[in-house]
Design a protein around this ligand. Structure first.
Ligand SMILES: NC(=O)c1ccc[n+]([C@@H]2O[C@H](COP(=O)([O-])OP(=O)(O)OC[C@H]3O[C@@H](n4cnc5c(N)ncnc54)[C@H](O)[C@@H]3O)[C@@H](O)[C@H]2O)c1
Ligand SMILES: O=C(O)[C@H](O)COP(=O)(O)O
Length: 336
């Protein structure tokens, strides 16, 4: 047994790294954004039984390259970089650290919104450039606006709580969330995404990237939003048709956007968003705070050792638990 945990990307928080050492394991890191072939090589060379997944795609080929692999633990929440069906087919649980970075990401969503509404970045740049400019840069008061939450999970709820404190009214759309997720915060439940779009002066995206949600915010959807609305995306860039968003901002239909994620990361150096001052951009960093990094890292590592040690893991942390159960049931059904 190699006693190695492979981390696909940068260092873990020291508290998480210590937990690995305490178990008598070592961590090996792939370069950031390593592709599947490179990750496969690392798995083969290290014999790692567990992966902490940060960047890079974990597909069926990666899993087949590592028959010793017993568990994949996402350093965070979004598992769009992991083929969770392929993992289930191979009996590999995929764990998530839901909630561990929710407050940090929610704060980031609010920061992006306020930066857009108050034109912070162009004003700061102008001032540093020697310009004391006010005409044409009036900000927007956001109190009294309606924020639409797409998805009502951990980050949406934290964002909603903060937005409520700023005086926004909340509406939300999430076909899978229980009523309690809406009621506790006083969020009006929308029956459709279209209803959410039509009512949102600020649309904040908090659902996972799946085949159903890919490019869900396209030209048609944006056209349903009120004039002068803002879009905030701290979820995944693939939720948005980027050219359509840019066109809507350039035409004046939307007032601006605050984006922490891109369809392709890192984006090309000449990405058209860079030339649009009404878009505020950050490099997928919402969940990267010291506090969230410690919680997420420890959750991710602890989950790996729970699996390796045969301990019970909270079912909601195993994102592919239904797929695993189905994959396990299949051979028995075939015998019948
Ligand atoms: N920017 C960052 O650093 C960062 C950090 C953490 C998470 N994220 C992203 O944010 C997303 C949300 O994170 P979370 O912690 O709130 O996850 P979560 O699992 O707590 O909540 C996701 C919610 O989306 C809902 N949902 C699923 N499909 C939907 C659909 N088609 N329409 C509407 N709602 C749908 C689910 O029912 C769930 O309630 C993650 O999937 C991830 O992609 C980004
Ligand atoms: O889904 C998440 O939680 C984050 O987007 C991923 O965070 P990471 O950069 O730590 O993997």
């Amino acid at each position: 047994m190699s006693k190695t945990i492979l981390v696909t990307g940068p260092d873990l928080d020291p508290s998480a790294a210590q937990l690995v050492a305490d178990h008598g394991y070592k961590t090996v890191h792939t370069p950031p954004y390593a592709d599947s072939a490179v990750i496969s090589e690392y798995l083969q060379q290290t014999g790692a039984e567990g992966i902490v997944s940060r960047m890079g795609r974990l597909d069926a080929a990666v899993m087949d390259a590592a028959p010793q692999l017993k568990v994949i633990s996402k350093h965070g929440v979004g598992v769009d970089n992991i083929d969770i069906q392929a993992a289930a087919d191979r009996g590999i649980p995929v764990l998530v650290a839901t909630g561990a970075n929710a407050v940090s990401v929610a704060e980031h969503a609010i920061a992006l919104l306020l930066s857009c509404a108050k034109r912070i970045l162009p004003l700061d740049a102008g001032l540093r450039d020697g310009r004391w400019e006010k005409p044409g840069f009036a900000g927007r008061e956001i109190a009294g606006s309606t924020m639409g939450l797409m998805g009502m999970g951990a980050i949406a709820q934290a964002t909603g709580r903060m937005a409520k404190g700023l005086g926004l009214t909340l509406i939300g759309y999430d076909p899978y969330a229980p009523d309690s997720a809406f009621e506790e915060l006083g969020v009006t439940r929308c029956d459709s995404f279209d209803e959410l779009l039509a009512g949102s002066n600020v649309l904040s995206l908090h659902c996972p990237l799946t085949p159903q949600t890919r490019q869900i915010l396209n030209a048609e959807a944006i056209a349903r939003m009120p004039e002068g609305a803002f879009v905030v995306n701290t979820a995944r860039g693939g939720l948005i048709d980027e050219p359509a968003l840019l066109a809507a901002i350039q035409s004046g239909h939307l007032a601006g956007a605050g984006l922490d994620t891109f369809a392709v990361e890192p984006p090309e150096a000449d990405h058209p968003f860079f030339a649009e001052p009404r878009i505020v951009l950050t490099p997928h960093i919402g969940g990267v705070t010291r506090q969230a990094g410690a919680r997420v890292g420890v959750d991710a590592v602890r989950g790996i050792f729970q699996i390796l040690d045969g301990e019970t893991v909270a079912p909601e942390r195993i994102i592919n638990r239904k797929l695993l159960a189905a994959a396990q049931a299949e051979p028995a059904q075939m015998e019948k």
